[in-house]
Write a protein that binds this ligand. Structure first.
Ligand code: GLN
Length: 484
């Protein structure tokens, strides 16, 4: 039962071949046997899940056909869940129990989805490996000595290990696509504004977006439709109708123009990654698409711009953690200032402190123009590059990451090396576009990801192309072997 995709489980539940209680129980059993090896979850919720499954079975019996009804899912621990601890992978939020649900969580609940638990993440989603979690590292199901990627590494590992049917993650600079790539699954980052950020604990507000981690493209289409849409509680969510994304799956891609950005085949990338992505491009050509090499000339400045803008926004967003309202509070401060200082000293980890310092520096008087403002100008240039590219083509294709998953511990002492693992994903966030990663091969037994980049609010095209490629290949059927 735990091998079912979301759409297979949906069929099985609707045909009453399996009940939600049985399905949920199968996942809770698998969690007991597999989860100790993977450690993808910060919080597992057997009681909540069982209660929701019973309710789902009642609704199913009445003929309710809500798409996610009875489906066991996992949620990244940066999304607020009412009455359930939400840590953001940080000590400073240990014990924080939100009084409300994030809009995306409320939407899943309304459809009758089952909440299996909250997944591990780099602290406040700052990182690329889950090694920055204050709690523990998550292991890649394909090779337990390797990272699952990050920051949504817990969600990606849970889906790859089949300890959840699908999961929600967040993507500020690649945190859905990069772990999807490392874990051999599908990850979609919707256009900025497509999905409400209400109740998503803010990292970099102009970049953050909730995304989906799933076993195949159809699952991604189903889950995205469920969470997308305008929300009056998030002023940056856009009031556009949400298409039925499943409808575009199966439409041919003949005549579609695929742009191949030269700058995304970077020096130092793993040769097997380049080979697999070139082979995927050739496959799309066979399906009738046309390939066009093109240039996104400002790509080389994206990393620098991102690591000024994201920390600048983070430094402001994280100012609220002073030990008064949420989570951890240093108990023996000599006065108010001492309490603030020590709460933050002990509550935040090294990477978060590094970002706060970088961001505060970039925003400070005298440096603001040279760093923050300059980075914003670069951001516009990057957006313009994409606008020009999309005049010539319908979708862009590139690798998701320059290498396959690296070893646990390999990059922790070198922040710049860690930042470089997102060099191919973060431009999209700067430009606000939508993007996906889907499996396209293996190198030394580790999955390789193909990245698809779409126009703003054109998730339909990337899903359609991804689906056409997926159906022509077998990569999405490969699964890691995990023994209890
Ligand atoms: N790895 C990038 C960072 O550390 C992106 C993280 C994310 O998308 N949340 O900022």
């Amino acid at each position: 039962m735990t091998d079912l995709t979301l759409h297979q489980a949906q069929d099985a539940l609707r045909q009453r071949k399996v009940s939600s209680v049985e399905l949920t129980e199968a996942f809770l059993q698998r969690l007991i046997s597999i989860e100790p090896k993977i450690t993808a979850y910060i919080t597992v919720l057997p009681d909540v899940a069982r209660r929701q499954a019973q309710e789902a079975d009642r609704r199913l019996a009445q003929g309710d056909r809500a798409p996610l009804l009875g489906i066991p899912l996992a949620i990244k621990d940066v999304l607020c869940t009412q009455g359930i601890q939400t840590t953001c992978g940080s000590r400073i939020l240990q014990g924080f129990v939100p009084p409300y649900d994030a809009t995306v969580v409320a939407k899943l609940k309304a459809e009758g989805a089952i909440l299996l638990g909250k997944t591990n993440t780099d602290e406040f989603a700052m990182g690329s490996s889950t090694e920055n979690s204050a709690y523990f590292v998550t292991h890649n199901p394909w090779d337990l000595t390797r990272v699952p990627g990050g920051s949504s590494g817990g969600s990606a590992a849970a889906v790859a290990a089949r300890t959840a049917i699908a999961a929600l993650g967040t993507d500020t600079g690649g945190s859905v696509r990069q772990p999807a790539s490392y874990c051999g699954i599908v990850g979609i980052k919707p256009t900025y504004g497509r999905v409400s950020r209400y109740g998503l604990v803010a990292f970099a507000s102009s970049l953050d977006q909730v995304g989906c981690l799933t076993q195949d493209v159809r699952d991604a289409a189903i889950l995205l439709r469920a969470i997308a849409g305008y929300d009056r509680r998030d002023s940056t969510s856009v009031n556009l109708p949400v298409p039925d994304y499943e409808q575009v799956l199966g439409q041919p891609i003949k005549g579609l123009r695929i742009g191949v950005p030269r700058e995304y085949f970077v020096a130092g990338m793993q040769p097997e990654v380049e080979r697999a992505v070139r082979a995927a491009l050739a496959e799309c050509e066979k399906l009738g698409a046309t390939l066009q090499e093109l240039s996104l000339p400002h790509t080389e400045y994206a990393l620098a711009a991102y690591y000024l803008i994201a920390p600048a926004e983070a430094s402001a967003n994280l100012a609220r953690y002073d030990g008064i309202k949420y989570g951890y509070s240093y108990p023996q401060g000599q006065d108010m200032w001492d309490s603030y200082r020590r709460t933050r000293q002990y509550g935040f980890g090294a990477e978060v402190k590094r970002r706060i310092m970088l961001g505060t520096y970039a925003l400070s008087a005298g440096y603001y123009d040279a760093y923050y403002l300059k980075a914003q100008k670069v951001r516009t240039l990057i957006k313009n590059d994409f606008d020009k590219a999309f005049q010539m083509c319908d979708v862009l294709m590139a690798p998701t990451t320059p290498t396959v998953a690296f070893r646990i511990g390999e990059k922790v002492d070198d922040p710049l090396q860690m930042y470089l693992s997102d060099v191919l994903t973060l431009s999209l966030n700067l430009a606000g576009l939508c993007g996906m990663s889907i499996p396209c091969g293996f190198a030394q037994g580790l999955p390789i990801g193909l990245q698809l980049i779409g126009r703003t609010f054109d998730e339909e095209t990337i899903l359609r192309v991804a689906h056409a490629y997926e159906q022509a290949t077998e990569w999405h059927r490969q699964r890691p072997v995990l023994k209890a």
